[in-house]
Write a protein that binds this ligand. Structure first.
Ligand code: PLP
Length: 428
C-alpha cells in the first residue's frame, strides 16, 4: 500500500478516537535500534519509543531471537496450563521488585494491570473507595478513565463512582501556590483531608504514577510517597504504584521509580517497557493480598508464553548490559543539555524528569506560565521534519515528552539536543 492509501484506510476503518500525531501522519514502515523509518526510507531518531515502550532498541536481536524460538515451540496455552515461560518471568519479577511483592497476575496492557490492582485492593481490604491523583493517566477502560485526572482522556460519559482525586504533586504549577521545600509537602499531607472529606473514611487504596507521564512528566518532590503511603494505610488502604511508564530502569539506577522515594508499595503495576513492545501487563503484590482474590478468573492471553519470554529477555538484557546505569548516566547528560536549552529559549518554562524520562514544558511567558500548546504542535512538526520523534503531554498539551531507549548513547542525545535547539529556534 502507498502512504496515502494507508492514511485513507486508517480514517475509513478505525475509530476516529484513535488519534495520530502530525498534520500529515507518519506511517512507520520499519525500525531498528534507536531509529524508525517511514515508507520512503527516511530515518528518524525515535525519542518516544512507541509511548515509552522500546526499552532496549527496536527489534533488538537478543529479544526477537527468544520470541522466534518460543513461537516455534508453543505460541499459546492460556492461563489454564502452566508453562516454563510464565513461571520464569514471575520468579524474575519477584526478584527485581522491592519489598515482599511476590505474586504476579499477567495481562495484556497497563490498563488491565491497573484494573487487576484496584479490584484486588478492593477485595483484600473490603473497602471500595480509591484515591487517585489529578493529572494522572491510568488507561482506556471505564475504571481507568475514571482514575485518570485529565479531562481530555476522560470523555465518553465516564462515571467516577468510588474514586476521588487528590491535588497532584505538580511543583511547577503547585495547586496550593506553595514552593518546595517550604511547602512542607502540603500536597502529600492533604491526602488525609481528601480521604476525610470525600470518602467514607476507609479506602481500598490509592493509585499513583511515580512519575506522571501523560500528565507531562510530573515528578513528585522527595518525601512525597512516604507521607502518602502512611496516610493511605492509616485509612485501611493499599498503595498501588503505577510503574507502567517509569518502571524497568527508565529512571536510572533502580528497577522501579518508587525505589527512589524509598517506599515499598503494596502493588506495582507495569506494562510498556517491560517487553520492549510486545503486549504485556503485570500486577505484582504480596502473597496475602493476591490470595484474597478468590473465585474463577482467566486472562486468555495474559501470561502468554511468547510475551513472557519477550519480557524475560528484555529484563535480562537490561540487567546484563547494566542499562539502569546507562539510564542514570546518559539521562544526567540529557538533563544537562535540556537545562542548557532552557537558558537559551524563554519558551521553555520547566525541565523535569528522571533518568531517560524527561520533559520540557513550553509557556508563552515565564512569569505567568501561560501554557503554549500550539507551540508544542509546531515544535513537534519541526522536530519531525528535522528527524526527531518525541511525545506530547500535560493537562494543557504543552509538554514535550522524551523517552529514548535505555541503551541510547551520549552521541545520540547530543544529536537530539541539536535538533531540539534548531526546531525551537525555527518556530519562536
Ligand atoms: C502510567 C500509565 N498507566 C497505565 C497506562 C495504560 O497502559 P496501556 O495503554 O498499555 O493500557 C498508561 C499508558 O500510557 C500509562 O502511561
Amino acid at each position: 500500500m502507498t502512504k496515502d492509501e494507508i492514511i485513507q484506510k486508517h480514517k475509513q476503518y478505525l475509530f476516529n478516537c484513535i488519534t495520530t500525531y502530525f498534520k500529515d501522519p507518519l506511517v512507520i514502515d520499519h525500525a531498528k535500534g534507536q531509529y524508525v523509518y517511514d515508507l520512503d526510507g527516511r530515518q528518524y531518531l525515535d525519542f518516544l519509543g512507541g509511548i515509552v515502550t522500546i526499552s532496549v532498541g527496536h527489534t533488538n536481536e537478543k529479544v526477537t531471537a527468544k520470541i522466534k524460538e518460543q513461537i516455534d515451540r508453543v505460541q499459546h496455552t492460556s492461563t489454564l496450563f502452566p508453562t516454563e515461560a510464565i513461571v520464569a518471568l514471575a520468579e524474575k519479577m519477584a526478584q527485581i521488585t522491592p519489598g515482599k511483592l511476590q505474586k504476579c497476575f499477567f495481562t495484556n496492557s497497563g490498563t488491565e494491570a491497573n484494573e487487576v490492582a484496584v479490584l484486588t485492593a478492593r477485595i483484600s481490604t473490603g473497602n471500595y473507595e480509591v484515591v487517585a491523583l489529578r493529572h494522572g493517566y491510568s488507561g482506556h477502560s471505564q475504571l481507568t478513565k475514571s482514575l485518570t485526572g485529565i479531562h481530555t482522556w476522560r470523555k465518553a460519559g465516564v462515571i467516577p463512582y468510588g474514586i476521588v482525586h487528590a491535588p497532584g504533586p505538580y511543583c511547577y504549577r503547585c495547586p496550593y501556590a506553595l514552593s518546595y521545600p517550604s511547602c512542607d509537602l502540603h500536597c502529600a499531607k492533604d491526602v488525609e483531608e481528601v480521604i476525610k472529606t470525600s470518602t467514607c473514611g476507609a479506602v481500598a487504596g490509592m493509585l499513583v504514577e511515580t512519575i506522571q507521564g501523560v500528565g507531562g512528566v510530573v515528578v513528585p518532590p522527595p518525601g512525597y510517597f512516604k507521607i502518602v503511603a502512611n496516610i493511605v494505610r492509616n485509612y485501611g488502604g493499599l498503595l498501588i504504584s503505577d510503574e507502567v511508564q517509569a518502571g524497568f530502569g527508565r529512571t536510572g539506577k533502580k528497577w522501579f521509580a518508587i525505589e527512589h522515594w524509598e517506599v515499598e508499595p503494596d502493588f506495582i503495576t507495569c506494562a510498556k517497557g517491560m517487553a520492549n513492545g510486545v503486549p504485556i501487563g503485570c500486577t505484582i503484590t504480596r502473597p496475602e493480598i493476591a490470595d484474597a482474590y478468590k473465585g474463577l478468573t482467566i486472562s486468555t492471553f495474559g501470561g502468554n508464553p511468547v510475551t513472557c519470554v519477550a519480557a524475560k529477555a528484555t529484563i535480562d538484557l537490561i540487567e546484563e548490559e547494566r542499562l539502569m546505569d546507562n539510564a542514570h548516566e546518559v539521562g544526567a547528560h540529557f538533563r544537562q543539555g535540556l537545562e542548557a536549552l532552557r537558558e537559551r529559549h524563554a519558551v521553555i518554562g520547566d525541565v523535569r524528569g528522571m533518568g531517560l524520562l524527561q520533559g520540557i514544558e513550553l509557556v508563552k511567558d515565564r512569569k505567568t506560565k501561560e501554557p503554549a500548546p500550539e507551540l508544542v504542535n509546531q515544535v513537534l512538526e519541526r522536530l519531525r521534519a528535522n528527524g526527531l520523534i518525541v511525545g506530547k503531554g500535560g493537562l494543557y498539551g504543552n509538554v514535550v515528552r522524551m523517552s529514548p531507549p535505555l541503551n541510547i548513547s551520549k552521541a545520540d542525545i547530543d544529536a537530539a539536543l541539536h535538533i531540539l535547539d534548531k526546531s525551537v529556534t525555527e518556530v519562536v
